[in-house]
Design a protein around this ligand. Structure first.
Ligand SMILES: [Fe+2]
Length: 139
């Protein structure tokens, strides 16, 4: 059984890992890697982000987080924009630009600093209680 504090640590670990994945994507673009190599890194990153969002959304649901819908909508909006970006950019991967990484970095930095921080503060209130993950109480 996972406690809220373990869950919070996992979310924060994934935020750090996301920053590393973003560095890898930037490196692939800087090295002028071919389109296939860039797509591979981007796909792996998008997959990781999707799983990360699911973890956060499950945590928010279990904690009856009051801003769940707003936060989930932000995730969906990000995934839609990223998919659009990839669709429009992929024919030009041979001449990769840093636009995609700028978009990802700006969005993720703001989201982690504001919305995720607020969510983590809520989860941390549960962490102070002896309650176990899956049995939320009132923070
Ligand atoms: Fe989030």
């Amino acid at each position: 059984m996972t406690t809220y504090s373990e869950l919070t640590k996992k979310i924060e670990y994934q935020h750090n890992h996301l920053a590393k994945k973003l560095d890898q994507l930037e490196a692939a673009i800087d090295k002028r890697s071919n389109g296939e190599a860039i797509s591979e890194v981007l796909n792996a990153m998008t997959q990781y982000i999707t799983e990360h969002f699911e973890l956060e959304e499950n945590a928010m649901k279990m904690a009856n987080y009051k801003h769940y819908e707003r936060h989930r909508e932000a995730h969906l909006d990000f995934l839609r924009k990223t998919a659009e970006f990839c669709t429009h950019s992929s024919p030009n991967w041979e001449k990769p630009s840093s636009e995609i990484t700028q978009f990802l970095r700006n969005w993720l930095t703001d989201h982690v600093a504001v919305e995720d921080r607020e969510m983590i503060q809520c989860l941390e209130k549960f962490s102070e209680q002896p309650k176990k993950w899956g049995k939320p109480g009132k923070p």
